[in-house]
Write a protein that binds this ligand. Structure first.
Ligand code: ADP
Ligand code: MG
Length: 729
């Protein structure tokens, strides 16, 4: 049975090095060559069509059919010139990946034969028969159709021979069935609310975009070893495996020199990414062995999300060429670091100002503090909803681990800014301030250093940290579609900024001047939300106690956490603003509950199968050989000698036998728990049952398997071990 394991290892050792498709050209020469961006539009489109697209992009509107026809003509010429034969509407359904259905350009011509055709109607709208995508009960199968519509703010691109058109995906009755549609709405809300607040400081601001740079962590595993691990293949994480004697204790992998084979893979996928206009910039080894990271330069959120989804796709594809498998799962290996996707987020104005970057004078710094404090308040008020946006079945194995942010959402600001907020809270008076008080306050604010990037101050344990000119939402999982976190964060900040405007205007109406009104509201917000600020070690047990005292929520249950979308606060922020309808939000929760249940069910089945048909038989084989050995000793030694020699062996036989019995018993119990849970009708109740009654068995069964792995003869152990998965490449 160990055949597969050893042949896989042999295969890894004999791997030929795959050279990357190196390009002699500088990146700047091929960056974006597979994207139908503005310069290409200008070249390929008629003046009229080009103007129409630009208008649609700027105004966030869709194209008319007539304009779409004009655009389609130019787009077709470009795409066919680049060898494209098919097109697809590329969208983000509520599954983990993206979806595409390819259609050829070919049609029968009038006089027979084939012609290439592509008109505006194909560009702007399509109707994939999408009945199998999760909808959380929005679509009954009899009205299964949904349609996709072009999102002009994200450019069209070519992968291989397919022209990909980024689209939103909605049901016939108008409900969103994807992540993109609500994300676009949240970003529009943020734009509106932030512009209004910016107007207090600068009348030239008429557009605010949110920016996102997502650091993507991942593991690489050799393909042969991957195929020898059914748990990795089916559940994307190892469900068993004893810790390797050495793993990340020495931190010798972190920022270490990148192994040659991995480097080839990185170079290859970076070239592809650059051709698709994805600005990847940073690459390095991460803390766990065989764990790596790649980060792009930040972009507007919607584009950044599309690019991250596309990047994950490219990485998976290119990895196969190099005989690797890339694992985006948040916790593929127990006991060592998992993978996250830090969402670096900020807001930028049309006047070129980063709203979370301190400026040069008191005025710009008051603007900076205004946005900073509003974000703090938004995160405090929407703590539970933000957690709901990042809590998934896979990410739950990582959160609260000793290397990942806890499920308590707190904010790290660094000593300087914490002090600053404290000053505002204490120095601003409730009545009209004296000129001297005002001058003192402004003087202090004017002195905020432009660069706050204090490396000694960086707190890696915070789920939501200020890092000098942006916030870093670190709790986001590595496999996540960032839209989920970005919808909630942007909606929450938009809602908060709207409140802020109301509060400030109300005070101005009472006769106070603008700056004073702003100070008063900021003071009030700081006092209301400072409980969310935490500078200490987020991994520590004391923090859990302290957070509890402060009344910060800490929900570790995934379904329970997801259900927080439907609290009053969740509804206010997500429904009140028109980003979701009640029906959409409810259905989204259903989808998440179902995903949780199904993923846990798959893990439970895979573990049960492997335990019974891989591990138990192997343990029995080894036990039998020990029994034979004991019988042999019996035959050739006298009683005293036999007792002395066989004692230890008999103990091992008993230990193995006990583990086997435990495994069998627990697998049976787990199957029964599943059967019981499956009978529940309500998706939430079923998810809770899977979490409380099924999931605990995964660890209990694993415990016995991992113990057996240490005892059973290495020669017959069927699955590649942790040391082999983590150290061979
Ligand atoms: P670190 O590991 O120190 O956090 P990285 O270089 O790995 O830094 O990643 C930082 C990420 O933050 C990059 O993707 C970068 O583009 C992004 N970033 C920087 N400034 C902003 C900003 N204003 N808005 C959004 N993201 C930003
Ligand atoms: Mg980083």
């Amino acid at each position: 049975m160990a055949e597969l394991r050893f042949s896989a290892l042999r295969e890894v050792f004999n791997r030929d090095h795959v050279e990357p498709a190196k390009s002699a050209k500088a990146v700047s020469e091929y960056f974006g060559e597979n994207v139908f961006d503005l310069p290409k539009m200008e070249h390929f489109l008629s003046k009229e069509a080009y103007k129409a697209v630009k208008r649609a992009i700027n105004e966030g509107k869709s194209l008319t059919r007539q304009d779409a026809d004009l655009v389609a003509t130019g787009l077709k010429a470009w795409a066919i010139g680049k060898g494209a034969t098919h097109f697809t509407h590329w969208f983000h359904p509520l599954t983990d990946g993206t979806a595409e259905k390819h259609d050829g350009f070919v049609e029968f011509g009038d006089r027979g034969g084939m012609v290439e055709k592509f008109s505006g109607e194909f560009l702007v709208q399509s109707e994939p028969d999408a009945s199998s995508f999760p909808s959380g009960g929005i679509r009954n199968t009899f009205e299964a159709r949904g349609y996709t519509a072009w999102d002009v703010s994200s450019p069209v691109f070519i992968v291989g021979t397919t022209l990909c058109i980024p689209t939103i995906f909605v049901s016939y009755t108008g409900e969103a069935l994807d992540y993109k549609a609500p994300l676009l709405k949240a970003l529009t809300e943020l734009d509106r609310a932030a512009v209004e607040v910016c107007q207090y400081f600068d009348k030239d601001v008429n557009k605010v975009i949110a920016t996102l740079g997502s650091e993507q962590e991942y593991f690489l595993i050799d393909e042969a070893l991957y195929y020898a691990r059914p748990d990795l293949m089916l559940a994307e994480r190892t469900l068993m495996g004893h810790q390797s004697s050495k793993d990340q204790q020495l931190s010798d992998h972190y920022f270490g020199s990148i192994p040659e084979r991995v480097m080839s893979f990185m170079e290859d996928f970076e070239i592809e990414a650059h051709k698709l206009g994805i600005p990847v910039k940073t690459r390095h080894n991460e803390v766990a062995p065989n764990q790596f990271e790649c980060a792009p330069i930040h972009e507007e959120v919607n584009l950044a999300v599309d690019h991250n989804q596309l990047l994950m796709d490219i990485m998976k594809r290119v990895a196969r060429k190099h005989k690797f498998r890339v694992l985006f799962h948040e916790k593929p290996f127990a006991g060592i670091n998992g993978s996250g996707k830090h969402n670096n987020w900020s807001m930028a104005t049309n006047t070129g100002v980063n709203l979370l970057s301190p400026g040069k004078n008191p005025k710009s710094n008051l603007q900076f503090l205004t946005f900073l404090v509003n974000v703090v308040k938004a995160v405090y008020d929407n703590n539970a909803v933000l957690r709901a946006s990042i809590m998934t079945q896979t990410n739950s194995y990582r959160l609260g681990g000793h290397e990942a942010p806890p499920a308590i959402i707190s904010i790290f600001l660094g000593t300087y800014l914490s002090q600053m907020l404290d000053n505002i809270a204490r120095k601003v008076t409730d009545t009209k301030m004296t000129p001297a008080q005002k001058t003192e306050l402004k003087l202090g604010i004017g002195k905020i250093p432009e660069i706050l990037l204090d490396n000694t101050d960086r707190n890696r344990t915070s789920p939501f940290a200020f890092t000098g000119n942006r916030f870093e939402f670190r709790a986001v999982g590595s496999s996540a579609n960032c839209s989920q976190a970005m919808i909630v964060l942007n909606a929450a900040v938009a809602d908060q900024l709207t409140e802020f405007k109301k509060d400030v205007d109300a005070i101005i109406k009472k006769g106070l001047n603008k700056d004073e009104a702003i100070f008063q509201v900021l003071k009030k917000y700081i006092l209301e939300s400072e409980k969310v600020l935490f500078e200490g070690d987020g991994y520590s047990a004391e923090w859990h106690k302290e957070a509890n005292k402060r009344g910060l929520s800490n929900i570790e249950s995934v379904p329970e956490s997801v259900s927080q979308y439907l609290t009053d606060q969740g509804k206010k922020v997500l429904i009140g603003s028109g980003i979701f309808s009640e029906k959409e939000l409810v259905s989204r929760c259903e989808v998440e509950y179902e995903k949780f249940t199904k993923k846990t069910q798959i893990e439970s089945r895979v573990l049960g199968d492997l335990a019974i048909n891989h591990i138990v038989p192997t343990a029995i084989t080894y036990m039998t050989s020990l029994i034979e050995n004991v019988k042999g000793l019996r035959a050739i030694f006298n009683d005293t000698e036999f007792e002395r020699l066989s004692g230890q062996r008999k103990e091992v036989i008993i230990t193995i036998s006990d583990h086997i019995s435990n495994i069998k018993k627990k697998v049976n119990e787990m199957v029964e728990a599943r059967k019981k849970a499956n009978k529940l009708e309500d998706a939430y109740q079923m998810a809770i049952a899977y979490e409380k009654d099924v999931k605990p068995y995964l660890d209990e069964i694993r415990y016995h398997i991992d113990k057996l792995e240490l005892i059973v003869d290495n020669e017959i152990w069927p699955l590649p071990k942790y040391r082999e998965l983590l150290f061979t490449r």
